[in-house]
Design a protein around this ligand. Structure first.
Ligand code: A2P
Length: 274
């Protein structure tokens, strides 16, 4: 009897990204857009975490290979879909193509969400601050839509600083939708305070968040006492420089940095793509 060698089928890589469908896309400026994709039943994450997002290899590319980058999930953990907030970089390997996605297109989603901008990395407190610049608002779009945030804190303050007023559109839209949201509105009540500021245009609040903290203008406007390690917890997300400068001020106020392994009074994460 002759034996025929049959190649065993290649087992599917259990760590490979899954293929998800684009459900909607919204453009805010020539630099910023958000999109929503399908969420596999098996995809679990904590509000504030990030995951790898990408596009399949471009057909006809010289070295066809999918491109993936870290993105904060902007939707809360209870949402049936996943939302992301992205910069558009003209010659960016991923965002030059990602900015052109349309409903029905395929986006790759990594399987392992991780991150430190999560409740688990903070010890209990009274007031939660979230300081963000640019697309650094993304993880906070998730955290401010999570009921746990309002169960854990009496007061929730989210700041978003951009160069221009138009770049605040995404954070403004989300914050404005919250009080009337049938799922989260009741939790939010009057606990959430939103402080937008702009650095390169006329606006009601102007200046870098670091300057507004340092001069005390932020606390004065919000009618709250200055940062205090006994009562306040802080999450920071923006460029590396913004994180370092904000972190220095938060540490000067006496707050200690936390992590998933050792929760404490403040946590940081870089806004990835950009
Ligand atoms: P500025 O206009 O003064 O540079 P970007 O789009 O470059 O990431 O900037 C987003 C926002 O973050 C801008 O308003 C910018 O202010 C601000 N920013 C940049 N660097 C810092 C920093 N080191 N500390 C605080 N804010 C910063």
């Amino acid at each position: 009897m002759s034996e025929t060698a049959i190649a065993a089928p290649k087992p599917a890589n259990p760590n490979a990204p899954t293929e998800e469908k684009v459900l909607s896309v919204e453009h805010y400026t020539d630099r910023l857009f958000s999109f929503r994709i399908s969420r596999p039943m098996s995809f679990r994450f904590r509000s504030g975490e990030f995951v790898m997002i990408g596009l399949p290899a471009e057909p006809g590319a010289e070295k066809p290979k999918p491109i993936l980058r870290a993105y904060s999930v902007a939707s809360p953990s209870w949402d049936e879909e996943l939302e992301f907030f992205s910069i558009k970089v003209e010659d960016g390997p991923l965002t030059s193509r990602l900015q052109k996605i349309q409903p029905g297109d395929t986006v790759l989603l990594g399987r392992k969400p991780v991150g430190t901008l999560v409740h688990d990395a903070l010890t209990p407190g009274k007031r939660l601050y979230m300081f963000s610049t640019g697309t650094g608002f993304a993880p906070f779009a998730s955290v401010i839509r999570d009921p746990e945030t309002y169960e854990k804190f009496d007061e929730v303050i989210v700041t978003h600083t951009c160069r221009e007023v138009a770049e605040l559109a995404y954070s403004q839209k989300i914050v404005e939708s919250l009080p009337n949201d049938p799922l989260i509105g009741e939790f939010v009540g009057d606990k959430l305070k939103y402080f937008p500021s702009v650095t390169r245009e006329e606006f009601k609040h102007m200046g870098r968040i670091t300057d507004l903290i340092e001069t005390g203008a932020l606390f004065e406007h919000l009618n709250v006492p200055p940062l205090n390690p006994k009562t306040d917890r802080v999450m920071i997300c923006g460029s590396m420089e913004m994180i370092n400068d904000t972190k220095a001020l938060v540490e000067k106020a006496g707050l200690d940095e936390g992590s998933n392994a050792a929760p404490s009074q403040f946590v940081i994460e870089k806004a990835f793509v950009g």
